[in-house]
Design a protein. Structure first.
Length: 451
């Protein structure tokens, strides 16, 4: 007998079925016991005798029996299979589960974040937690399909790099045979190189930042949805493309996950016809006038400044997104193109969504000599970037630019989560690499074979 999935049962009334899955809940009424059986497609009710009462939640079982209509008073309109149930004839436990450390039957799984992550293999089974990563999958799929529809080619960037992409000290050195290499801060150099081969490229890439801080919005390892393209006529094209992408993501999430948005009591961010675009200096003046906070001499917006510009965009443009442009040259990486009208500013932007930066992008310097001069200006040695990065520019690079969208952060903000780690399957930060780092230290002290 072939296995039937829970979602397929509703069309098989009167048939004998074979089901496999996890025991989601148990309702023991003595001689009659009900379990909800969970598989990848959903949940279906199974009814049997006291043998079912010996099961534990999360036991992996195989059940065979006849599918019947439920009595009218037993219909559950909350689930797709709520009108049917399987009368058990045979039961086999494929793998027993230990006693759970917490109740997975809680509707919202009210656990503190450390407990949630310490038990990640289990907490991921909760429907509310699983839903986060269903939405995240849709974001990635929509990113890929949108860029393909715009004529972009996907590529895979390496993780180990010979030198720091952004410069600075926020890099992880890695022992590589007899040498030292680094975990990539971004695929920036590689996506620019790929423009010289394919013109329009994108990648889903892991990035690593050795930032010695623990916040609700930053992580050591994150996923970037990176885009780069050449032959741009204006740097504004970059924002046009980023805006189109975000709108497509919102549309896909709303169409595919209405129930999840309802579960989280939230909707996708509201947008005006065009996302407002405003220079950093103008944004700082707005913040000063609206709040009295004076950050007009700062090279960037602080977190409260980002939140205030979000509020301003809602008040003035009925938009939960806003582009902030023209960041100072000293604030942006060495490859960022200066504004020809004011070389102290760059043709760069951040997209603020629901009070947090989602996207960073801008036009790049594409002329070889200017790029070399800028590398020197940033007190770096061009020899460290000659192969393969500068090589691509030496032999001709069109006007180009791009941007990166943080996957975990957009997921976090669409669903209204309070911490980016909730939108990360297996978070890495200063305190955790799967387990808490304090536990790793403890194991090293007690295990003589650990180095």
């Amino acid at each position: 007998m072939f296995r039937t999935l829970a979602a397929e049962t509703i069309s098989k009334i009167g048939e004998k079925l074979l089901l496999k899955g996890w025991v989601n809940t148990i309702r023991d009424h003595g001689k009659v016991v009900f379990i909800d059986l969970r598989d990848r497609s959903g949940i279906v009710q199974v009814v049997g005798d006291e043998k079912l009462g010996k099961l534990r939640v999360e036991d992996v079982v195989e059940v065979s029996g006849v599918l019947n209509k439920r009595p009218e008073k037993m219909v559950n309109p909350e689930i797709a299979t709520g009108k049917v149930e399987v009368q058990v004839e045979n039961l086999k436990v494929l793998a027993p589960a230990a006693e759970l450390p917490f109740d997975l039957g809680q509707e919202s799984l009210k656990l503190d974040l450390p407990t949630l992550l310490d038990n990640r293999s289990l907490s991921l089974r909760h429907p509310r937690i699983k839903a986060i990563f269903q939405v995240q999958e849709t974001i990635v799929q929509t990113f890929r399909s949108t860029m393909k529809n715009l004529g972009f080619t996907e590529f895979q960037a390496p993780t180990l790099v010979a030198t720091a992409t952004e410069g600075g000290a926020q890099i992880f050195p890695v022992k590589y045979f007899d040498y030292t290499v680094y975990l990539a801060q971004s695929p920036q150099f590689y996506k620019q190189i790929m423009v010289s081969a394919f013109e329009r490229v994108f990648t889903v890439a892991h990035a690593y930042r050795a930032e010695p801080s623990v916040t609700t919005r930053h992580m050591t390892e994150y996923l970037g949805l990176d885009v780069e393209f050449g032959f741009i006529d204006s740097w504004q094209e970059l924002m046009d493309t980023a805006e189109h992408l975000v709108k497509e993501i919102f549309r896909a999430v709303k169409e595919n996950h209405a129930e999840i948005l309802k579960m989280y009591q939230i909707d996708v961010p509201g947008l005006s016809a065009q996302v407002p675009r405003i220079k950093l200096k103008e944004a700082q003046e707005i913040i000063y006038k609206r709040t009295g906070r004076d950050i007009r001499q700062e090279p960037d917006l602080d977190p409260e400044g980002e939140r205030e510009m979000w509020r301003w965009a809602q008040d003035e443009h009925d938009s939960e997104l806003v582009f902030i442009t023209h960041y100072p040259t000293k604030k942006r990486p060495m490859y960022t193109h200066p504004d020809p009208e004011n070389p102290q500013e760059t043709l760069s932007f951040d997209l603020i969504g629901r009070g947090q930066e989602w996207i960073t992008g801008g036009q790049r310097i594409n002329e070889y000599q200017k790029l070399v001069a800028n590398i020197k200006k940033w007190k770096c040695d061009p020899k460290n970037f000659e192969v393969p990065y500068l090589q691509a520019f030496k032999y001709g690079m069109p006007p180009e630019g791009g941007f990166c969208l943080g996957l975990e952060r957009i997921t976090m903000n669409i669903l209204g989560l309070s911490n980016v780690r909730e939108a990360t399957l297996f978070p890495r930060d200063m305190e955790r690499v799967d387990i808490r780092l304090t536990e790793i230290r403890g194991k090293r002290k007690t295990n003589p074979n650990t180095t």
